[in-house]
Design a binder for this molecule. Structure first.
Ligand SMILES: Cc1cc2nc3c(=O)[nH]c(=O)nc-3n(C[C@H](O)[C@H](O)[C@H](O)COP(=O)(O)OP(=O)(O)OC[C@H]3O[C@@H](n4cnc5c(N)ncnc54)[C@H](O)[C@@H]3O)c2cc1C
Length: 104
């Protein structure tokens, strides 16, 4: 806090580049929290493994790789997003894999 307060004095945040730090931290009690939304995490990269509608992984020629399924962040494309995508594709892959196992 002492260091941060010097940034207020100089008007320049030397540690994180916060634009124009204005208010000294001086009156307790103090609280700190980690903000998940402030953490840069890469997802929805539009890369990932190529899959078909059954979430079977396809090779570079579009042929299904037997027994290999993929969904969620690891799957390619940008047709859906986030938890809904992961859950739906997991459900589809799981159902199809179970049916495939029953047949064999
Ligand atoms: C900050 C943040 C906020 C988000 N908020 C939302 C939201 O509000 N709504 C929403 O719908 N989506 C949200 N998302 C996106 C959502 O969390 C993800 O899309 C979803 O969790 C992806 O699920 P997944 O199972 O595909 O991948 P993940 O949840 O990343 O699971 C992959 C798992 O594989 C494990 N793993 C990795 N490598 C290996 C290895 N070599 N061997 C074994 N295990 C391995 C990892 O430890 C991890 O447990 C948010 C994402 C972030 C980062």
């Amino acid at each position: 806090m002492a260091r941060y307060n010097t940034f207020v004095e100089t008007g320049k945040d030397e540690d994180f580049g916060k634009p124009a730090p204005r208010y000294r931290i001086e009156n307790p009690p103090f609280y700190a929290a980690w903000a998940a939304w402030a953490a840069p995490v890469i997802h929805d990269t539009r890369a990932g493994l190529r899959i078909n509608a059954k979430c079977q992984v396809q090779d570079l020629n579009g042929e299904v790789i037997p027994g290999l399924y993929c969904g969620g962040e690891s799957a390619g494309g940008f047709s859906q997003h986030g938890l809904a995508r992961a859950i739906c594709q997991g459900y589809i892959a799981g159902r199809h894999a179970a049916a495939e196992k029953t047949r064999s």
